[in-house]
Design a protein around this ligand. Structure first.
Ligand SMILES: Nc1nc2c(ncn2[C@@H]2O[C@H](COP(=O)(O)OP(=O)(O)OP(=O)(O)O)[C@@H](O)[C@H]2O)c(=O)[nH]1
Ligand SMILES: [Mg+2]
Length: 442
């Protein structure tokens, strides 16, 4: 899809965050960028060389002193002529500088418009463009590293390899389709089946790595639930490493659901502490319990907290679907009990911290995380869906080995699904949807 006419207008935005900072940058991209440089600084900076200068508005009034940088098309982020004006990072200065750039002929950029232009000019494919936003939004070092790998093209290359394999297999198939009257050579058929099997295995691998990465991107919701007073809030505080939730010996202390983001091995986890589950006459507590049930319904992992030695299950049923871990807390009160994990049960003490590492490991495992080192792809839901569609078509193709035309058609559909990931085939509304979520200036 990258193709398109070069954009005819020039866009501008403040590229640094709002507020005060040492440096603020106004970024300009489009055919008018260099003329705007001349209008504001009296000169055109040589591409790639910093020009120290005074910025003036269109009436010649000085606005700020700073550095102008230019990048000549197509060797720039957007693939167009780009100008960066680096001034002092105060909101008034930045607005004045942006105002002058707009007066000189640019228009305000829309969210994500720079990256959209980079995509349309073939500087990045769609998965790489999305990685730009994911890198900016990354919630942990691991997520950032994974986004950087996608930006560098690793994910796109894996998709590209699948597409290349499909193209080859389609070529092989379609060549025989051109001679319908001839018998299809059985050798040909076995070759095609073997190729298809290899492609399916490769797709499974990409899908598994993408699922892992999507955990890094969207995180895991872990809800602490159980009877009152078993130590749910104490556990949340332990896992968070801070006294976030109120802890008292009074059963029914927690009323509202409390959310606390933490990281375990770089995986973003949203811990949710909830009101203890029991039948209650207290109006406030009943409302709290209703919230608990609401949170439970959305949980990826539920920690069912029980008290060592007492081990009463919650009075209300827990939802099915989410992965559950039985957490036996307060083992410090039972002299014979040892901390650690056994099957789906983890014994801990929120008071002493014993068994907490085993609990963290159990949470990651329940969430489906496998430490794969450098090989995860920070996939988005959109990518997972496209991969799943491609997989379904390859499965269908495997079932059509005796109907050559249908076989070929399933391969085509699989390839189309994969092409959506990198943007080789993509509808305009999809692009609008993706880029509108960027911040302005990116
Ligand atoms: N000895 C011991 N006491 C604990 C432990 N964990 C929590 N407690 C105590 O148990 C009491 C209840 O702890 P909370 O963390 O408030 O329990 P909760 O499950 O959040 O209770 P509700 O909010 O009322 O549902 C407090 O007095 C804690 O100090 C533990 O591991 N060992
Ligand atoms: Mg509590």
């Amino acid at each position: 899809m990258p193709s398109a006419e070069p954009a005819s207008d020039t866009i501008a935005a403040v590229a640094t965050p709002a507020g005060r900072g040492g440096i603020g940058i106004v970024r300009v991209s489009g055919p008018g960028a260099l003329a705007i440089a001349r209008a504001l600084t009296g000169r055109v900076p040589e591409p790639g060389k910093a020009l120290h200068c005074l910025f003036r508005d269109t009436r010649g009034e000085p606005l700020d002193e700073g550095i102008a940088l230019s990048f000549k098309a197509p060797r720039s982020y957007t693939g167009e002529d780009v100008l960066e004006l680096q001034g002092h990072g105060g909101p008034v200065v930045m607005q004045a500088l942006l105002g002058a750039v707009l007066d000189a002929g640019a228009r305000l950029a829309e969210p994500g418009e720079y990256t959209r232009r980079a995509f349309l000019n073939g500087r990045l494919d769609l998965a790489q463009a999305e990685a730009v936003a994911d890198l900016i939004d990354a919630a942990s070092r691991e997520a950032a590293r994974s986004a950087l790998r996608s930006l560098g093209g690793e994910f796109s290359a894996a998709i590209g390899a699948l597409v290349a394999g499909l193209t080859e297999l389609r070529a092989l198939t379609e060549a025989t389709l051109d001679f319908p009257e001839e018998e299809i050579d059985p050798l040909h058929r076995t070759d095609a089946a073997a190729r298809l099997a290899r492609l399916r295995a490769a797709l499974e691998d990409v899908l598994a790595r993408s699922r892992q990465g999507s955990l890094l991107r969207s995180g895991v919701q872990v809800v602490l639930a159980g009877r009152p007073n078993v130590g749910k809030s104490s556990l949340l505080n332990r896992l968070a490493g801070e006294e976030r939730a109120i802890v008292t010996p009074v059963p029914g202390t927690t009323r509202d659901a409390l959310r606390e983001p933490v990281q375990i091995e770089g995986v973003p986890i949203l811990l949710v502490d909830t009101a203890g589950l029991r039948e209650s006459r207290d109006e406030v507590e009943r409302l709290g319990i209703a919230r608990t049930e609401h949170e439970l319904a959305r949980a990826d992992v539920v920690l069912v907290v029980l008290e060592a030695g007492r081990m009463q299950a919650p009075e209300r049923p827990l939802p099915e679907g989410a992965r559950q871990i039985r957490v036996i807390n307060k083992i410090d009160l039972v002299p014979a009990a040892r901390p650690g994990r056994e099957g789906d049960e983890v014994r801990v003490s929120a008071k002493t911290g014993a068994g907490l590492d085993a609990l963290r490991a159990a949470i990651l495992e329940a969430a489906g995380w496998e430490a794969r080192g450098e090989s995860t792809f920070l996939a988005r839901e959109r990518h997972l869906r496209a991969l799943a569609r491609a997989r379904a078509h390859l499965l269908a193709a495997a079932g059509r080995a005796s109907q050559w035309e249908l076989f070929a058609e399933e391969l085509r559909l699989a390839q189309e699904a994969l092409g959506e990931i990198t943007g080789q085939v993509s509808a305009d509304d999809l692009l609008g949807e993706i880029f509108s979520r960027f911040c302005i200036g990116k």
